[in-house]
Design a protein around this ligand. Structure first.
Ligand code: ADP
Ligand code: ZN
Ligand code: ZN
Length: 736
């Protein structure tokens, strides 16, 4: 008798090695395969894992292998290409494979209790059924009706069939005759229905757009990566739409990744108007049921275009033919906790694995992508003008030294806002700080409201009457007297969006003021409603944080005032310049999108700062070039590879000791890797933990990853009393 196969199972636990199990009792080798879910015991628990491999021999002694409990599905839920992507990602980011793989499944399919015993099946007409003569099913009217339904509808799951009055026996009869086939929902083959034809009229492309589209199409059938650079409003989205049109016409699916809060109702409507009902969206605002539904529609091919944020990259798309990453520079593509991956970088990996093109688009490309263009790895496509009639905004620096500020605004800014309102226009005021004021302080003794758990001040939120830590979410009531000296002279220092809004209300009582930040935009359709109001074009003022800087069209805004950019100018983070430049250009891009030219005011205490003057005089390109030169000289990304190894403990000592020890051991074997630290993380204490880190860097990836592998090995086996947790961040976007 041949030995039983062994299942290598990825389970959602922080384990860096896979676990081996015997198949569930009574399940034969023919019924199991990679990508299928399996319920396994782990200690006293039962978990849903995913089979990553079926192997002949385990390193565990046969007697030690436990038996899996159940195989819930008849077919794999994680298709081979996603499994390959997850395997790459887990290795590259030094993340536990189980967490990576299982997270590709909707929550509803991840737990034993909630996982349906059998996944719903998806029925579809077979290719053969289309050639069937009319008389063939004349004596089986129910089957004829059911087949007509499937041919018309494309794949339909059990529920949809029932809703159409089709029972299981009819479907099985069709299956028996080879006229219909069933797969677990999520695994239908190519749908019989063609993709919906483009419906909305598309504008004629300008010369730049045509050239970009032609370049993209040339390499349409194979892997290649293009960077599409063009200012906001230059018509990048129009190029994506045309490119996707071609992809769909070849019977393939397309994936469009957008920043966390960049998926606007307008974007969605624009895609729907062009492509009809084959659009699916995936973002953090969806409930579990909606996610499951979207996942199914992607997997069975009903969705032809998926637009989604970061995690949408891991959706099953059996006919994926192209990936687009819009606003590729955006920091939200990098997950900052748990599995710290970059969806942009993995999009390139997924495209390469599948042999399909990927397009990264931005008005302000990241240094990484620009370096990839310079080295010839990416194709650099540029749109130089604004599409249609729009003209670029004029940017002006306002020197605010020695001026009294009201709600963070100088007299000039206020006057310009007033003038625009009087002319019937809309104005936008940008500052990247929520709340009323960043600090509450005592004028008698100098006390400042600090967070007990973090090295940070608490932000005053006046409406909620709270001091609120934006780093750990701790809140406390606003004290009526100084907790230190009992003085009643407490003052709010600095300005947040709430305070600016209040000032504007006082100055311009006749006009509506709309605040846009995480506090006001929590309701699901808050942004949708707001945009509806703005599109009517009545004069008003928008006040907001960087939520304003992403993707939204504000066609009636003619004035943008950026009132606090200075914070970014003096940050210790080597990415500060890049980020500041991107933010300024992105916020500025909100103005003058329609036929009205826009104006951008930038208030600053440092009008001579080289970053600002370069941006204002030469635009993003002139700004970013010297930054790339500096990075190269300093051996920083994108010309070197970085990783952070961070440990956290309640007291400082245990994390420090662990990292010191680790550094010594790593230096021994991995001499060429530069290791800095242990040093405190940028905010050493956060949410009650001391956070210390080693910074590893190397000009090449391979030696760096060898050192990280070694570090993982050491950390997993080491007992380090007092160290609560550790993690590795590869290609960190912050904290280095
Ligand atoms: P981006 O994605 O670069 O911000 P969009 O594709 O959204 O630019 O284009 C900005 C605006 O210009 C949109 O309203 C779009 O419909 C319009 N537009 C784009 N291309 C053209 C074109 N070739 N002719 C006329 N209008 C265009
Ligand atoms: Zn005091
Ligand atoms: Zn805190």
């Amino acid at each position: 008798m041949p030995a039983e196969p062994i299942l290598r199972v990825a389970i959602p636990a922080p384990l860096r090695h896979a676990l081996d199990y015997l198949p569930p009792a009574g399940v034969g080798a023919g019924a199991i395969g990679p990508g299928m879910r399996v319920v396994v015991p782990l200690g006293p628990r039962r978990l849903v894992g995913v089979i990553t491999e079926v192997i002949a021999r385990s390193e565990l002694a046969p007697g030690k292998l436990r038996r899996a409990l159940a195989l819930p599905d008849a077919a794999p839920l994680v298709p081979p290409d996603l499994l390959a992507l997850c395997t790459f990602a887990a290795r590259y980011y030094h993340a536990p494979l189980g967490e990576v793989v299982v997270n590709t499944l909707p929550v509803e399919l991840r737990t034993v209790e909630r996982a349906p015993r059998r996944v719903a099946r998806c029925w579809q007409a077979t290719t053969e059924s289309f050639g069937l003569g009319e008389a063939a099913l004349a004596r089986a009217p129910k089957q004829a009706a059911a087949l007509a339904f499937l041919q018309r509808q494309g794949p339909a799951d059990d529920a949809a069939c029932r809703a159409a009055g089709i029972d299981g026996a009819t479907l099985r009869a069709l299956e028996h005759k080879g006229l219909a086939m069933a797969a677990p929902a999520g695994h239908a083959a190519t749908p019989a229905v063609p993709a919906p034809a483009a419906s909305a009229a598309a504008p004629a492309l300008n010369a730049g757009q045509q050239a970009a589209l032609a370049a993209l199409e040339q390499a349409c059938g194979a892997f290649h990566c293009a960077l599409l650079e063009g200012v906001t409003g230059s018509g990048k989205t129009e190029v994506y739409l045309r490119f996707i049109e071609r992809v769909l016409a070849r019977g393939r699916q397309a994936l469009v990744l957008v920043p966390e809060i960049g998926l606007t109702p307008q974007t969605r409507q624009r895609f729907e108007a062009r492509f009809g009902h084959g659009i699916a969206v995936l973002h953090s605002g969806l409930g579990d049921r909606e996610r499951l539904d979207t996942w199914r529609r992607c997997a069975d091919g009903r969705a032809r275009v998926l637009i989604g944020t970061r995690s949408a990259l891991f959706s099953p798309l059996p006919e994926l033919g192209a990936i687009i990453v819009d606003e590729e520079h955006d920091a939200s593509f990098k997950q900052q906790e748990g599995f710290r991956y970059s969806a942009r970088d993995l999009a390139v990996v997924r495209a390469r694995q599948l042999g399909v093109p990927v397009v990264l688009g931005s008005a302000t490309p990241s240094t990484e992508s620009l370096a990839n263009c310079a080295s010839g790895r990416f194709l650099h496509l540029r749109l130089h003008e604004r599409a249609g009639a729009a003209r670029p905004p004029a940017v002006r620096l306002l020197d605010v030294r020695g001026q009294a500020l009201e709600g963070g605004m100088c007299g000039d800014t206020i006057a310009r806002i007033g003038a625009e309102l009087a002319a019937g226009n809309q104005a936008l005021v940008f500052l990247n700080r929520r709340g009323w004021a960043p600090v509450l302080s005592c004028t008698d003794c100098g006390w400042m409201g600090e967070c007990r758990h973090c090295d940070a001040r608490m932000t005053l939120h006046r409406a909620e009457r709270l001091l609120w830590c934006h780093h750990c979410d701790a809140r406390s009531p606003v004290p009526s007297a100084c907790p230190h000296c009992r003085s009643a002279r407490l003052v709010a220092l600095g300005t947040g969006t709430e305070r600016t809004e209040h000032t504007l209300q006082r100055l311009f009582p006749a006009f509506p003021i709309r605040r846009i930040d995480r506090g006001t935009m929590q309701a699901r359709d808050a942004m949708e409603q707001l945009i509806g109001q703005l599109e009517r074009g009545e004069p008003c003022i928008l006040v907001g944080t960087q939520m304003l800087a992403k993707g939204h069209h504000f066609p009636h805004v003619t004035l943008v005032a950026i009132i606090d950019l200075d914070g970014g100018l003096f940050s210790a983070d080597f990415r500060a310049a890049e980020r500041t430049g991107q933010l300024l250009v992105q916020v500025a891009g909100r103005a003058g999108r329609a036929e009205r030219p826009g104006e951008v005011l930038v208030q600053t205490f440092h009008p001579g700062h080289p970053w600002l003057t370069r941006l204002v005089d030469g635009g993003y390109e002139a700004f970013i070039e010297p930054i790339l030169v500096e990075r190269r000289q300093q051996g920083l990304p994108p010309y070197a590879h970085l990783a952070i190894l961070r440990a956290e403990s309640r007291e400082q000592q245990p994390a420090l000791a662990l990292l010191q020890e680790l550094k010594q051991e790593l230096l021994h074997e991995h001499r060429t890797v530069q290791i800095i630290g242990p040093v405190p993380a940028p905010m050493q204490r956060r949410a009650g933990f001391h956070r210390l880190q080693l910074l590893l860097s190397h000009a090449q990836r391979t030696p760096l990853h060898a050192a990280l592998d070694a570090a993982c090995g050491l950390l997993e086996t080491r007992r380090a009393p007092g160290v609560e947790r550790w993690h590795i961040d590869v290609d960190p976007q912050e904290g280095a």
